[in-house]
Design a protein around this ligand. Sequence first.
Ligand code: ATP
Ligand code: MG
Length: 335
Amino acid sequence: MTQRITVIRGDGIGPEIMKSTLRVLDTLDAGLEYDFQLAGVAAQEETGELLPQATLDSITENRIALKAPLTTPVGGGFKSLNVALRKHFDLFANVRPAISFKGTKSRYENIDLITVRENTEGAYLGEGAWTAPDGSRAESKMVVTRAGCERVVRFAFDLARRVGRKKVTAVHKANILKDVTGMFLNVARDVAEEYPDIEFNDLIVDNACMQLVMRPEQFDVIVTTNLFGDIISDLCAGLVGGLGLAPGANIGKDVAMFEAVHGSAPDIAGKGIANPCALLLAAAQMLDHLDQSDKAQRLRQAIAEVIAEGDRTTPDLGGSGNTEQFTDAICERLV
Ligand code: ATP
Ligand code: MG
């Protein structure tokens, strides 16, 4: 059975890393059919709109989108196209794996963890104001709902089960922010009881940060609220060598969107030297989501081997290969 997915080639290095990624997916024989749609500057040039209705309709219909980085022009009516897409499809779970690759310049070697960040509630509602006429005071509001906490915690446990993870850690600040993050912790404890096969623990966010730096290998899946997740997922990307190897998924009830965490890198666009790994690892997440975890694992393994051997890797990884040669090296390990 073929699965149709919406593919957005994106801006800057987007088309180059997407070309590489689709070639790898075809080599894996992932059974995908591509529905190419426009967004970002590429869309604006062709259709006059940054986020055409046809693109939204295609994602609604296919339910799965693979997206390269987009450029959001200033004054185009959007603060961020990525945020607009997340809002439109109510993509409540932001899933960011962090895996160590031997052969990269990072401080650790055995990290293999996934951060699940709640993406729609908490401190990111943008409700706040400067509340004194002389500008001497500001307030902001944090709101969480039981349903919002529950869906993201449940998602984290289901993900753990689906991809064979052993442990979920809830990160919170329930000792101080007793209401908002206390609710999150209570819900996490309740949901955990329904998953006796998955180990559960919780950590206060400050301690979690220290533990992540001191003994990152103790973590498996982390689930947390919006603001803490924002910070922790970048911390985790830093543990394994930065955003160049960082993929992300944004998952909702109906739609899931997979992307590289980095931007469109206009400084190297068109030079053919972009590192496709972040988008390739996002494609691996997509395969997990489509119940093709065996292929996802083969892909991660091939990437790991190529990086470990420094075989035709791109300049950002210290190699002298280009995007196409790097992709050749990966594809050769998949056949
Ligand atoms: P945007 O405005 O879309 O965010 P940006 O220039 O901020 O674009 P980033 O992705 O944030 O793009 O890039 C920061 C730096 O990292 C740039 O110097 C860029 O060349 C480099 N970089 C980002 N992604 C890659 C990649 N996949 N391969 C190689 N270098 C990259
Ligand atoms: Mg940027």
